[in-house]
Design a protein around this ligand. Structure first.
Ligand SMILES: Nc1ccc(C(=O)N[C@@H](CCC(=O)O)C(=O)O)cc1
Length: 466
């Protein structure tokens, strides 16, 4: 049996209410990194209902889960995520900013769709194995903390993907394409400064301010920027200011740093220099500091062999269709975007595609397979891509031009637009898997490509051993 004989789209469509409800439930319970208890419980029930055997606490992570079907020697894995972001609470289906809970979390990166879309793909791939007895094992990995924690890096370090032959994932966005991208490796740590409190007026000479240390450290790092490689990125958040009283010298304060560069070695190099700056800040203020590891992700290794297989699925599947109501709503969301986001919206399309799209703000055309490029962001899918050939796509779940990590993502993530994009992604991923199952030599080619790209480099993890 080959792909056209198994009506993947029809199969997924029949189960659409089930997948949509899962995604909406996760959307309604936004949970931050490593706290995804509701999401993982929901996925456990769904995996069980669909006949997968379930392993919980994967890699000793409470919110990681794995569902497996079949016992064929070749293992195909679908990667899902379900974590939300802080301060992005927003009512669903609204074309104006309106948080449900002031300061609350929200699915600003569309991981409610991501987690369920990958699950739907696994369900369809499983159905194919069931129907054909193809010698494959289908797995779904529910991976915690893609944002600010990189759950997959822990899973890879602990060997979770060692027997996987091929990994497939996706990410919601505002266009349809096969990802042929590298990404930035990163490392995040908290610098915790300790000083001595004192009455800021009566005995300021007795105080040693931890907040001063944080500020001086940031000044130092902002000077460092001029002298690091162009492609690096350094961000910080003051995660503890030391209190709210100006008349108390702050005895404790902390700052969280996120350092990124194309290669891990470059991240480490910059990180070592930042540690020196922290020491300098402590020296200047007579404070001390400790570091706490937060997270790390590897750079993404693209796989052209698999990208071509995925692109072929885009080119042969029926395109997305949006109705007038959806297009109208999208038009309203588009108007809320800043002018720069609106301007870049069309930059990824060819002239012909721009004409085809006209003034529609939902993109249903397919981006041609682009030459390898850099995603100026990070993803812990990068870690997986070091140990098994990995391919990802992007589908239209968002309004043209919408930047990730915004309320507009949250709003559209609970509409029929997001749901359609999610099912479409599931279809493309399932078809990619099925195409590989029907032509298993492509999996060997993909493995050879990964080997060539690594050129003898072994996967290393920046996660501290204890
Ligand atoms: N296909 C994508 C995958 C990840 C992201 C993303 O925004 N990732 C976060 C992850 C940060 C982290 O690793 O903690 C980032 O880059 O800030 C964006 C598109």
């Amino acid at each position: 049996m080959n792909a056209p004989e198994f009506d993947i789209k029809g199969y997924l469509n029949e189960k659409k209410p089930f997948f949509t409800s899962l995604s909406d439930q996760i959307w309604e319970h936004p949970e931050l990194h490593f706290q995804e208890k509701f999401a993982v419980g929901t996925m456990e029930e769904a995996l069980t209902a669909e006949g997968f055997s379930v392993t919980k606490n994967v890699a000793n992570l409470e919110t990681a889960i794995m569902g497996s079907y079949g016992n064929g020697p070749t293992v195909i894995a679908f990667l899902g995520e379900y974590d939300a972001l802080p301060y992005l609470s927003q009512e669903g289906g609204k074309a104006e900013y309106n948080p449900i809970e002031e300061g609350g979390a929200g699915h600003g990166c569309g991981h409610n769709l991501l987690g369920v879309g990958s699950f739907a793909a696994a369900v369809a791939a499983k159905a194919f194995v069931e129907k054909t007895n193809a010698p494959f094992t289908i797995r779904y990995y529910g991976c915690p903390a893609e944002e600010n924690g990189s759950g997959k890096a822990h899973m890879v370090k602990q060997g979770v993907f060692d027997d996987v032959d091929l990994a497939i994932s996706w990410h919601p966005n505002f266009f349809n394409s096969t990802m042929n991208l590298r990404s930035l490796a990163n490392y995040a740590a908290v610098f915790k400064f300790k000083g001595r409190s004192a009455h800021a007026a009566a005995a300021p000479h007795l105080g040693r301010s931890a907040l001063d240390a944080v500020e001086l450290m940031n000044v130092g790092v902002n000077y460092l920027r001029e002298h690091i490689i162009q492609d690096a990125r350094v961000h910080y958040a003051v995660t503890h200011t030391g209190g709210t009283s100006p008349n108390v010298v702050q005895p404790y304060a902390e700052v969280t740093y996120l350092i990124r560069a194309p290669k891990k070695e470059q991240v480490v190099e910059i990180y070592n220099r930042i540690q020196k700056i922290a020491s300098g800040a402590a020296l200047m203020t007579e404070t001390t500091f400790e570091e706490q590891f937060e997270g790390t992700a590897s750079d993404l290794i693209p796989n052209e062999t698999l990208a071509k297989v995925m692109q072929a699925q885009f080119e042969t599947a029926e395109p997305l269709e949006f109705n007038d109501e959806e297009l109208q709503f999208a038009g309203k969301i588009f108007e809320t975007l800043d002018s720069e986001s609106k301007a870049v919206a069309h930059s990824i399309l060819t002239q012909e595609q721009k004409n085809q799209l006209g003034d529609k703000r939902l993109c249903n055309v397919i981006t041609p397979l682009a030459p390898e490029a850099m995603l100026y962001g990070s993803t812990d899918v990068g870690d997986v891509s070091w140990v098994t050939p990995t391919v990802q796509c992007t589908t239209t779940c968002l309004v043209l031009g919408t930047p990730l990590h915004t309320w507009q993502v949250v709003s559209v993530g609970k509409t029929s637009i997001g749901h359609k994009g999610m099912l479409y992604a599931a279809e493309i991923m399932a078809r990619t898997a099925i195409s590989c199952m029907e032509n298993p030599q492509v999996i060997e080619e993909a493995k050879d490509e990964l080997k060539k790209r690594l050129n003898g480099q072994k996967y290393t993890s920046l996660i501290p051993t204890n």
